[in-house]
Design a binder for this molecule. Structure first.
Ligand SMILES: Cc1cc2nc3c(=O)[nH]c(=O)nc-3n(C[C@H](O)[C@H](O)[C@H](O)COP(=O)(O)O)c2cc1C
Length: 139
């Protein structure tokens, strides 16, 4: 059985909701899923998973530009080993994700030339579009 881990940072619960929805969808597809916050994460979990979802709420300046993950998420990302190839990123936001995904990739030291699955949601729900992206990722 393939394993997925969904790791999130959430302040008010919307990114947690999105993480749980992503996890529930992966579980429906027969994948063994663990969903946890960055505070609950212990080292080694990501390495053992076949799929790693990393998510954080969008933080930026005046909601329009210079978006980046929150400080604790950046620290968490710095402690992860290279995981390229099995990582999908997700975020929740109010206005626009702007530079959020680029910033997440930078903090994860991911190869900028390689495409990565990026899932964004305003309300933490997963859409049909997210499901299509997840179906392709969870092959
Ligand atoms: C300090 C702060 C900065 C934010 N900056 C942005 C932003 O630049 N763009 C945006 O679309 N939303 C921004 N938001 C909104 C949050 O990203 C959004 O409400 C998110 O869904 C919260 O996730 P959570 O409930 O998991 O904490 C900001 C919120 C806060 C508190």
């Amino acid at each position: 059985m393939k394993k997925a881990v969904v790791i999130y940072q959430s302040k008010t619960g919307i990114t947690k909701k999105f993480a749980e929805a992503i996890g529930a969808y992966a579980a429906e597809k027969g994948i063994d899923v663990q969903t946890l916050s960055i505070a609950e994460y212990t080292s080694g979990i990501a390495e053992k998973a076949d799929y790693v979802f990393l998510g954080c709420w969008t933080s930026g300046f005046l909601l329009f530009f210079l978006q980046h993950p929150d400080g604790p998420w950046k620290q968490f990302a710095a402690g992860l080993p290279a995981l390229s190839g099995k990582v999908a990123l997700f975020t929740t936001y109010k206005v626009a994700t702007g530079s959020m995904f680029n910033s997440m990739r930078k903090h994860l030291r991911m190869d900028a030339s390689k495409p990565v699955v990026e899932l964004r949601s305003r309300n933490g729900s997963i859409s049909e579009e997210h499901k299509v992206a997840l179906d392709a990722f969870l092959k």
